[in-house]
Structure formats: structure tokens, C-alpha cells
Design a protein around this ligand. Structure first.
Ligand SMILES: *Cc1c(COP(=O)(O)O)cnc(C)c1O
Length: 370
């Protein structure tokens, strides 16, 4: 059994992928070829944003906006403490200071009611709070109505890290449309993945879009060889864009399937576990199906039991960002909810091509653990 089965999906579109790859081999525009621009157009219409800036990874998709906003030493960026390391890594890469905010116990997303505490903490440490990176964890959009209200009060730019969230919704509004700048990742295991590294940035802001396009290509100006700012080599490969164009056709159907799989798990897994909570009006893209064990001891038993049954399990995330070794030098506020969740959470196989027998087997194996 696979944690995420990419092969079943590939079989469905293998011939079309071959044609796409051959097209690129034929035209030979490996860097910024026509597929890149076609993909950007399709993605921006999918998430209803004016601009899409495709780029080299979900990490660079976060780095580029921070650079475009001129965030650096002396600045603070608030973010959730329960995320992948990339979310805080980029803040430190530009020389700014991350301020970690605790999460909601039920959704594992940033608790915007704690933003004011983060702002106070920044000021006390002589830092200028500039932005907030919210994460749509496991595919569920963060609570943007409150995030917006709070960030407006303090003049923070909102960056939506939707590396896991592409395809999610609040009401009829798509993930990747909730930030002043929103980002996603096309890492193979993400809801919309390519066959290597890739990412994208979305915004409605013309000026920021221009800057980010420039930063993506070494800070280039109108004249390609006269660079006007510091940038990076941050482009998306044409091959990856070609793969994504084909995968995007499958994506709406896959989202429906993921939601069906999630319902099946929620039905078969016993209530001794805390199953994912999706607030009313929210739709998850189900990047992960994550379950909370009643205790850390129980989780140890679960991991052991499922391993014996050859069922793959992952822990997202065993260590909160504020407790990562790399961040121990920072002055920190305590994030007790995240620290507790990190000890009890685990994720089970989730992809659109799970079959019901597999899901029943996984659920009953979980239910066997006492
Ligand atoms: C995967 C991920 C990233 C980084 O994306 P890459 O494409 O692997 O660089 C950033 N943030 C979150 C929340 C992620 O899950």
C-alpha cells in the first residue's frame, strides 16, 4: 500500500503525458516555454486571481513575495507554529524574525485571536511587524475572515501559504485567493503535484506581480541583461508545466474523490480518535487525512500496529516550528496547543484512488489499537 499512490493517476493519463513531453522535446523551449504561460493562465482563472507567477517550488513561492515586499532585518513576520519548515525558513532567509502563533485545537490552523499577542511581542523586541503567513494546513483554508480583520488593524500583509490547500474553498471562494499574496506547491505529493519541484504565486496587485516576476528571473528589468534588483533563479521548468496542464484536467474530479474518501474514513474510524473537523462552509482539498490519538502513548502503539500491517503512516508534524532546533535561538512565545497536537497527531494514506477495501482495512486496524 502506498501513502500517496501517484501511479494509479499516471496510468489514466500516461498517453497524454507522453504527448505533452514530446511537444516540449520538439519545440525545445525548456525555460519559460509556452506551456508555462498556458499554465499560468489556467491557474489564475482557477483561483480567480489576476496574476499567476509560476516558480521553482512552494518554498520559493514564499521567498519571492517576502523579497518583493522588502522584508528583512528588523522586520517580524507572524506565522503559525504548526507547519512545514519552509514556512519559517523563508522568513529567516530574508533576515527577518519569525513570530510563532499557536493554533486552533480543532482545525490545527493559526488562531488569529492571538495575532495581537504576536504584535505586542514584536514591539517589545523592537521588531517591525510587516506580514503574516497563514497556512491552509492539510488542505483546509485558515480562518481568513478573522485573519483579515486582525491584519488590517496592524497593517500586516497577508501571505496565504496554500502549498497543501490548492483546491480548498471557503464558500465559493477558492484557496489561493485569500491572501494579498497566495502561494502553492507542486511537489509531487501535494494535491496538485508535478513530477519534480514547482510552485506558484497569486495576487491581484499589478505592482507586486511585476516585482515578483522580476525576482523570479534574477531581478531582471525590461532589458534582460540589466538587472534592477536582487533576485533568484526561481522559474518553473517547461516540462513540469506540461505535466501540470494534463494533471489539472483531472483535478476537479480528484477533489470530489478525495472528499468521498475522507467521508469514508470519518465513518469507519472510531470516535476514540479525533477526526478532521471541517467548519461549516469550508471545503478541504484533503492534502492529508490527519487523526489525533487520545495520548502520545496511544500514538506510539498506533504507529507500531500499522507498521506491522504494512500500512504507511506519517507524522505531520512531530515538532512545532517554534521548537525546531534551527529556531531555538529565537525569543519565543509558548504555543501549548501546537506542542500537544504534535505529540498525538498522525496521517494515514489519502489520495483520490484509494479503494474502499483499503480504507476499511486501515480504519479497522486503527480501531484495534487499545
Ligand atoms: C510543501 C510545503 C511547502 C514547500 O513546498 P516545496 O514545493 O516543497 O518547496 C511550504 N509550505 C507548506 C505548508 C508545505 O506543505
Amino acid at each position: 500500500m502506498q501513502f500517496i499512490d501517484l501511479k494509479k493517476q499516471q496510468i489514466l493519463i500516461r498517453d497524454k503525458l507522453n504527448t505533452r513531453v514530446q511537444d516540449v522535446l520538439d519545440h525545445g523551449k525548456y525555460i519559460m516555454g509556452p506551456e508555462v504561460f498556458e499554465l499560468e493562465e489556467q491557474l489564475s482563472s482557477y483561483v480567480k486571481r489576476k496574476h499567476c507567477i509560476s516558480c521553482s517550488s512552494g518554498t520559493d513561492a514564499l521567498l519571492i513575495p517576502l523579497m518583493a515586499l522588502n522584508i528583512g532585518p528588523g522586520d517580524a513576520v507572524l506565522t503559525t507554529t504548526f507547519s512545514y519548515i519552509a514556512t519559517s525558513e523563508v522568513i529567516r532567509l530574508v533576515g527577518a524574525t519569525p513570530i510563532f502563533i499557536d493554533i486552533y485545537e480543532k482545525t490545527y490552523n493559526i488562531n488569529p485571536e492571538l495575532i495581537k499577542t504576536g504584535i505586542k511581542f514584536a514591539k517589545k523586541n523592537n521588531l517591525n511587524p510587516r506580514a503574516l503567513i497563514a497556512v491552509d494546513l492539510f488542505g483546509l483554508p485558515a480562518r481568513y475572515r478573522i485573519i483579515n480583520e486582525e491584519c488590517k488593524k496592524y497593517g500586516l500583509t497577508i501571505i496565504e501559504d496554500s502549498a497543501q490547500g490548492f483546491g480548498g474553498q471557503i464558500g465559493n471562494e477558492p484557496a489561493c485567493s485569500f491572501g494579498d499574496i497566495s502561494t502553492t506547491s507542486f511537489f509531487p505529493a501535494k494535491p496538485l503535484g508535478c513530477y519534480g519541484d514547482g510552485g506558484a504565486i497569486f495576487t491581484n496587485d499589478d505592482d507586486l506581480s511585476e516585482k515578483m516576476k522580476s525576482i523570479r528571473i534574477h531581478g531582471s528589468g525590461k532589458d534582460k541583461y540589466n538587472n534592477i534588483r536582487t533576485g533568484i533563479n526561481g522559474r518553473l521548468d517547461t516540462f513540469q508545466a506540461a505535466i501540470l496542464l494534463e494533471k489539472l484536467n483531472l483535478f476537479p474530479g480528484e477533489l470530489i474523490k478525495r472528499n468521498q474518501k475522507a467521508e469514508i474514513y470519518s465513518k469507519y474510524i472510531s470516535d476514540s480518535y479525533t477526526k478532521p473537523f471541517i467548519p461549516r462552509n469550508y471545503t478541504s482539498s484533503w492534502a492529508q487525512y490527519s487523526v489525533l490519538a487520545p495520548s502520545s502513548e496511544h500514538r506510539v502503539k498506533v504507529l507500531d500496529h500499522l507498521k506491522n500491517k504494512n500500512i504507511p503512516v506519517m507524522i505531520y508534524y512531530p515538532i512545532s516550528l517554534h521548537e525546531q532546533t534551527v529556531n531555538l535561538d529565537l525569543k519565543r512565545v509558548k504555543c501549548p496547543i501546537s506542542s500537544d497536537i504534535a505529540k498525538r497527531i498522525f496521517s494515514i494514506p489519502m489520495h483520490p484512488y484509494l479503494d474502499i477495501e483499503q480504507q476499511k482495512h486501515i480504519s479497522s486496524s486503527l480501531n484495534e489499537v487499545e
